[in-house]
Design a protein. Structure first.
Length: 464
């Protein structure tokens, strides 16, 4: 098992959205909103004194986009009363015009023609398509014409966030992506608005609700297949959730965090990424034996000399720590500013409603978000982690053979134990390169090794 760099999936072809015009089958059995000004706009508002109208075009109407439509409909009275605005949904871009969506929308709003969608007048475009394309095409075209763009697409922002932000500045537009990280936990807005010009010592957290949900169910005795099936049934996982379990999703979010917190372009961030699978069930089992909990932790840490190191990897934490108590689909992020305790935000991080709520928060923002730290800010360099850590290494091997292998590659172990056909040891503080030597040696004898950073305090350890 080796660390992997941040990877962004290849973009799908633009023909996923065919450039055609066609009528749509009406969604029946739902309330319709009265069209006005000759277009089938859906107005989410109630009677308040002359509320300001904001025209919204929505690209994508799946779990997140559909959740936002419902939220705008249900929250219209509160939004009009508190903020004095109403939202007119003027266009919705979808792949399949004939799909039944069970939303309170006039079917004439839907189109699968990207050019027609972009040509329609709107004040804000919300991108909820996902992936790199056509999301980048939509965002770029909107920003060039000075339109505000809001997205929850971490792949888009991790791949093109800095160039899109520059495009927004050039054309007097704005790019907001607070919903791209943390779901309902306001991670990006905390870093941009509350922390402001302060540079954190570190930002670390649980950034993927799907994997945390799966780990929580494994801790309660479920199998991996059963935990994944439960996550999919609840809408917390896609059919293919490889990006959640191998850390790519969290790494994309971490790249955005490092950009906002340290000014490192997402493409320039080197992330040590260690997947949860294979070996996840073994790691959860041995973490439990030590009285601890396994979590997928993403972090970027400031080092002396204006350097920053970043990682996404399994970490074994104390069961009573804040991360150990973060269960199911919850996300939690801690920002260390050198205070007595870290600044922390938490909330559900998987599923449509939390992300839709975050999109609504970005939609209600009035001023352009301060995405860039500015030319006068300290320039940080992304580097590999030079520090030593303790590691828990598990393998399909007996304890004596595992300890002998560790000694042979020069990695000192503090304790070792067996559990059925598997064994695990906790190393003395060692560099990642040293841990890799042990993993490679175990791979060479087909021992199926798995590894996690070990962070629990020694007093809590019970592995004998």
């Amino acid at each position: 098992m080796t660390p992997q760099q941040l990877e962004i999936d290849a973009p799908p072809a633009l023909h996923d959205f065919p450039i055609v015009s066609a009528g749509a089958r009406s969604n029946t059995g739902l309330p319709k909103f009265t069209p006005h000004r000759g277009v089938a706009a859906t107005t989410f508002a109630t009677s308040v004194d002359t509320p300001r109208t904001i025209r919204v075009a929505l690209a994508g109407c799946g779990v997140v986009g559909g959740g936002l439509v419902r939220l705008l409909h249900e929250s219209a009275p509160a939004i009009a009363a508190r903020f004095g605005v109403r939202f007119d949904l003027v266009r919705v871009l979808v792949r399949d015009l004939n799909r039944e969506r069970n939303l309170p929308l006039d079917s004439r709003l839907f189109t699968n023609d990207i050019e027609a969608f972009l040509a329609h007048d709107s004040d804000v475009i919300i991108e909820a398509v996902g992936g790199n394309e056509p999301a980048r095409t939509i965002a770029s075209a909107a920003l060039r014409r000075g339109t505000k763009v809001i997205t929850a697409n971490k792949e888009l922002v991790a791949s093109h966030g800095d160039s899109l932000s520059a495009l927004a500045r050039e054309h007097g537009a704005s790019l907001d992506f607070g919903a791209a990280v943390g779901g309902s936990a306001p991670v990006i807005s905390t870093l941009r608005d509350l922390v402001g010009a302060s540079t954190p010592l570190s930002v670390r957290g649980i950034l993927n609700g799907t994997s945390n949900y799966v780990i929580s169910l494994l801790e309660r005795g479920a199998s991996l297949d059963g935990a994944l099936a439960s996550a999919r049934e609840l809408g917390l996982a896609e059919a293919d959730c490889a990006r959640d379990l191998d850390g790519r999703d969290a790494a994309a979010k971490l790249a955005i965090i490092a950009w906002i917190a340290f000014g490192i372009r997402p493409a320039d961030l080197h992330v040590r990424r260690t997947p949860l699978v294979p070996g996840l069930e073994r790691l959860v089992r041995f973490a439990t034996i030590t009285g601890a909990r396994l979590r997928l932790i993403a972090e970027c840490t400031r080092l002396p000399g204006d350097r920053v190191t970043a990682s996404v990897e399994p970490v074994i934490v104390h069961s009573e720590s804040a991360f150990g108590r973060t269960v199911l689909e919850e996300n939690r992020v801690e920002v260390d500013l050198g205070w007595r305790s870290p600044l922390s935000v938490s909330g559900p991080g998987a599923g449509g409603p939390p992300t839709a709520a975050a999109l609504l928060g970005d939609l209600l923002r009035v001023s352009p978000p301060p995405n860039d730290r500015g030319p006068g800010a300290t320039q940080f360099l992304s580097v590999a982690d030079p520090r030593e850590h303790r590691w828990l290494v598990g393998a399909h091997l007996d304890a004596v053979a595992l300890q002998r292998t560790s000694t042979a590659v020069g990695v000192r172990s503090e304790r070792c134990a067996s559990d059925g056909p598997d064994a695990a040891l906790i190393t003395a503080p060692a560099s990642w390169k040293s841990a890799q030597r042990l993993i490679a040696a175990l791979d060479s004898v087909s021992a199926a090794p798995s590894v996690a950073r070990y962070e629990t305090c020694k007093e809590a350890e019970v592995l004998q």
